[in-house]
Design a binder for this molecule. Structure first.
Ligand code: 3PG
Length: 216
């Protein structure tokens, strides 16, 4: 069966529309991943991105997919076709990359799991538009120009929606969420490392609830 870009655009738009904030997380052990994700889901953030930056990342993703009811779990920092295959094999529902290589874009054509590739310039965005992408990550959002930069892309890159990620906080997120070309934002601030280390699950749920309210 031919995998259509239109279907993948639809799928990623459904996922990204579930909540205003996608928590971007990194874990060393599956139990912590499960408990943190449960706390986030309780706070209203079901879309969870776990980055492939630790040796245990795939185990953590599998555990969350298996054990956290209501979670939609994806992989972040997907850099190579091999990493993409591994993530698809364990049931990731979406894939996020900080940028896009020809190899990565070609590899994703073989899978029906949508990729949200990162861009920071109009030329990068145009190259992905030519491949049929309608949803992109804007990364690193704050460092690359912030919400004003992203706003200035809207009239020229019509039809594109972004998930800005990188350097965002609860205070900065509303500036992005107010833009017509933003579908949601991503960030680690909803599950800070110190709260995870302290196993302060209620604290994480409270941060998630505040983030959830940004979409109302
Ligand atoms: C990342 O690189 O981990 C994500 O873009 C999240 O960035 P943040 O920690 O600045 O929210």
């Amino acid at each position: 069966m031919k995998i259509r870009m239109k279907d993948k655009n639809e799928r990623i738009s459904e996922v990204l529309a579930l909540a205003p904030v996608v928590p971007v997380l990194q874990f060393d052990d599956p139990d912590t991943a499960v408990q943190t994700s449960q706390a986030l889901v309780r706070g209203g953030l079901p879309v969870i991105e776990i980055t492939l930056r630790t040796p245990q990342a795939l185990d953590c993703i599998s555990a969350v997919a298996r054990e956290v009811e209501g979670a939609v779990v994806g992989a972040g920092t997907v850099m190579t076709p091999a990493m993409m295959s591994d993530c698809v094999a364990i049931g990731c529902q979406f894939l996020v990359s900080p940028g896009a290589t020809t190899e990565l874009i070609d590899a994703n054509k073989k899978f029906d799991v949508p990729l949200l590739p990162g861009v920071a310039t109009p030329s990068e965005a145009m190259a992905l538009m030519a491949e049929g992408y309608e949803f992109l990550k804007f990364f690193p959002a704050e460092q690359a120009g912030g919400s004003n930069y992203l706003k200035s892309l809207a009239p020229v890159l019509q039809g594109l929606k972004f998930c800005p990620t990188g350097g965002l906080t609860a205070e900065k997120a509303p500036q992005y969420l107010a833009l017509d070309n933003v579908i949601c934002v991503g960030g680690s601030w909803v599950a800070p490392k110190d709260l995870i280390a302290a196993q302060d699950w209620d604290g994480i749920t409270a941060l998630a609830a505040t983030a959830t309210a940004l979409g109302q």
